[in-house]
Design a protein around this ligand. Structure first.
Ligand SMILES: *[C@@H]1O[C@H](CO)[C@@H](O)[C@H](O)[C@H]1NC(C)=O
Ligand SMILES: *[C@@H]1O[C@H](CO)[C@@H](O)[C@H](O)[C@H]1NC(C)=O
Length: 413
């Protein structure tokens, strides 16, 4: 156990660090078992988390089911395997990668959920700490609406005081050696990251239900595919619903299915709704292209590991359960040049989020993604408004797919 003396706002703290149980960076990644709770109950849980988030610095991020949790990046799993009704006091086990937090059916109300979450957070804090900074504690007591607090002051203060340091870790700027020079290259680290994400031979097979064939949405989708084909070596190849060729791996566009395609190659028949491909992110001009790049394995520019040097994410404005679309991705996802410098941050990339990306309510000009140092609002206005590939997008795709496309050319000869 480490002892650490911090001086915050002129008050002296004595902070004990436990065995690293605190939720890393003050973020609780959670998943709700959809089989145990109906949609209404899921909404209830999400809205309770939302309210709690307004009172503590800890954030709750809904997380895709295949999130790979580790001992240091744990996941909170909300389920009710025993179909229990009540919610007796729980022992929380922080030793593994999954922390179970059952919620019984009779406890599906804000008050009980809040109590359960407080217990869970308290269990993540090991050693007590003497709190005596009024400033720090007041920070989360100031409310700008008239809703009463859902947490007791003592719980709120306890959690905020212990998570104070951890919570500031979400936006720590990183390495920023940048350049426009040198030749970009794919390093072994990049290769490891992209290995399973690239479509073999640079070919994406796709199909669509017959009844969607003549929709403007499908035309828009194909138009975006052509734009990628024209400037890169990747091809999109349509299969017919009852065609002779039944590819093992394909994308299927339908009126039901996933709202967001997976990042990169996916084995089998991945069904995505056509509407969300076209209209899924209001305000993002390049949304369809961005999702096609996502399918090809390319993460968004605004998720770059060092993006906090360039944009600020206002987590409070982000729509509940969409947070993971704004989380940073590993450094290995971005290429460097031969001098080991990263490419310049590209506000112009078609994969850059617009200022209102995944916003809960930005009708009054609130922003989720806010450029740093944007004196003339220039970036705010252009970000996410490109509707073709930027030169850097083209360069990236061609570098990533170079080997796969080469294989295709060899096979054809
Ligand atoms: C994400 O989830 C889907 C299944 O929902 C899976 O096919 C895909 O491979 C997963 N992505 C990663 C990176 O594991
Ligand atoms: C892919 O799955 C969808 C349903 O999710 C189905 O309608 C479609 O026919 C399937 N396509 C192929 C080629 O198997």
């Amino acid at each position: 156990m480490r002892l650490h003396v911090a001086c915050v706002f002129g008050f002296i703290f004595l902070i004990h660090y436990g065995e690293g149980k605190l939720w890393s960076k003050g973020v609780v990644h959670y998943a709700i078992n959809k089989k145990d709770y109906d949609p209404h109950s899921q909404d209830m849980i999400v809205s309770a988390l939302d309210r709690i988030e307004k009172e503590v610095c800890v954030k709750f991020f809904n997380t895709p089911l295949n999130y790979t949790a580790t001992d240091s990046e744990k996941i909170l799993y909300i389920s009710n395997p025993e179909k229990r009704k009540t919610c007796p006091p729980e022992q929380y086990d922080y030793t593994g990668s999954v922390v179970d937090m059952p919620i019984g059916y009779k406890c599906l109300n804000e008050k009980d959920i809040a109590r359960i979450i407080v217990d869970m957070l308290r269990a993540s804090i090991e050693a007590p700490l003497t709190i005596n900074s009024n400033d720090l504690l007041r920070k989360f007591q100031e409310r700008n609406d008239n809703q009463p607090n859902i947490l007791a002051a003592s719980d709120r203060n306890f959690i905020n005081a212990h998570y104070h340091e951890e919570c500031s870790g979400l936006v720590r700027p990183q390495d920023r050696r940048r350049s426009n020079g040198g030749t970009m290259e794919v390093t072994p680290d990049n290769e490891r990251f992209y290995k399973d994400k690239l479509w073999p031979l640079g070919i994406v097979m796709y199909g669509v239900n017959e009844f969607l064939h003549s929709t403007t949405e499908f035309a828009t989708l194909q138009h975006a595919m052509s734009a990628i084909e024209l400037s890169t070596c990747v091809v999109f190849q349509q299969v017919s619903e009852d065609g002779a060729i039944k590819p093992k791996n394909l994308l299927w566009f339908s009126d039901t299915g996933e709202e967001m395609p997976n990042l990169g190659f996916t084995a089998g028949n991945q069904t995505v709704t056509l509407m969300s491909m076209i209209h899924g992110a209001p305000g993002h001009s390049g949304h369809t292209l961005n999702l096609l790049l996502r399918i090809l394995g390319v993460p968004m520019m605004s998720n770059r590991f060092d993006r906090d040097n360039y944009v600020t994410v206002n987590w409070r404005n982000v729509q509940k359960t969409k947070e993971h679309y704004l989380e940073r991705m590993p450094a290995e996802a971005w290429l460097r040049n031969t001098e080991g410098e990263g490419a310049a941050y590209d506000y112009d990339s078609v994969t850059h989020a617009p200022a209102n990306y995944m916003c809960n309510d930005c009708s009054l000009g609130a922003q989720t993604v806010q450029p740093i140092q944007d004196h003339l609002w220039q970036r705010t206005l252009t970000m996410g408004h490109r509707n073709d590939l930027s030169p850097a997008d083209v360069e990236l795709l061609n570098l990533l797919y170079n080997n796969q496309c080469q294989q295709r050319f060899i096979n054809n000869n």
